[in-house]
Design a protein. Structure first.
Length: 74
């Protein structure tokens, strides 16, 4: 068995802390992405019409205004 110097011990602790922070960061990111995916899925399900229901869409037709009574011939 070899004994570690204080500097080596300190460096190993720093590396271990860094690895733990990265692991927790990845875990947090995965949980956040799963949560956001769930919210998006819920919104999509909420916004879609129920089967068998009638959906009505109203649109207004805009006719470009020109000289009244004039026709355009090519």
């Amino acid at each position: 068995m070899t004994a570690l110097t204080p500097v080596e011990r300190h460096e190993r602790r720093r590396q271990q802390r860094r690895r733990e922070l990265i692991r927790w960061g990845i875990r947090t990111l995965v949980v956040l992405l799963v949560f956001l995916f769930g919210v998006a899925l819920g919104q999509a399900l909420h916004d879609s019409p129920k089967p068998g229901q009638t959906t009505t869409v109203d649109k207004t037709l805009q006719i470009p205004s020109g000289k009244p009574g004039s026709t355009v011939t090519p």
